[in-house]
Design a protein around this ligand. Structure first.
Ligand code: ADP
Length: 184
């Protein structure tokens, strides 16, 4: 599925985030920035040790206590096709009353802002927080798409925002959300 918002296209695809040829891919990281499971593990495995070295430097220089939920930082893409990895931390689902929707929105918005500030024109996101962090995907997909839409309506600079869903079921959920959230 492909839609146009402002000067950019928003593309929903089934795939593996580590295989994307976008200029930047987004990592669903945890505050430690030291790797983990899911998307995080796959990115560090395929991207090689350079990414982890840069993450360690960021921890030491900028975030000694860890990257707070909703914030984003950038490293090179190591051995990945993508030139950059933007690491952001989504919220852990705790029932929805602990600020999770706002924090998930911030994770998307701060990643997009960081990309534009570095002159990146194509960015690919996984479905942040909907794996180990347990965020219900029906809600998370709407928040993701609304954040992307709101951003693209006011900011120039991006040519493509790609959402890369790992399963056919997840892709269907995002496509349904897109029909609601992104309708003209
Ligand atoms: P979080 O801790 O933010 O929930 P996860 O990495 O556990 O992050 O999961 C986020 C989503 O990414 C889940 O829907 C999961 O199925 C999906 N996922 C896992 N591996 C990949 C991958 N290689 N590419 C794209 N999506 C992936």
């Amino acid at each position: 599925m492909e839609l146009r918002i402002g000067g950019a296209k928003v593309v929903l695809v089934r795939g593996d985030i580590t295989e994307q040829d976008a200029e930047a891919i987004v990592n669903a990281a945890n505050p430690s920035l030291m790797g983990g499971g899911g998307v995080d593990g796959a990115i560090h495995r395929k991207g090689g040790p350079k990414i982890l070295e840069e993450c360690k430097r960021i921890r030491a220089m900028e975030w000694p206590e860890g990257l707070p939920t909703g914030k984003a930082v950038i490293t090179s893409g190591g051995d990945l096709k993508a030139r950059y990895v933007i690491h952001t931390v989504g919220p852990i689902w705790q029932g929805g009353g602990r600020g999770e929707p706002g924090l998930l929105r911030e994770a998307y918005l701060n990643s997009l802002k960081l990309a534009v500030s570095r002159g990146i024109r194509t960015i690919a996101f996984p479905s942040i927080s909907t794996g180990a962090y347990g965020y219900p995907i029906e809600e998370a997909s709407r928040i993701a798409l609304r954040a992307i839409k709101d951003f693209l309506e006011v900011e120039d600079g991006l040519d493509e925002v790609r959402l890369v869903l790992f399963t056919e079921g997840d892709l269907k959920v995002y496509e349904e959300a897109a029909r609601e959230v992104l309708k003209p």
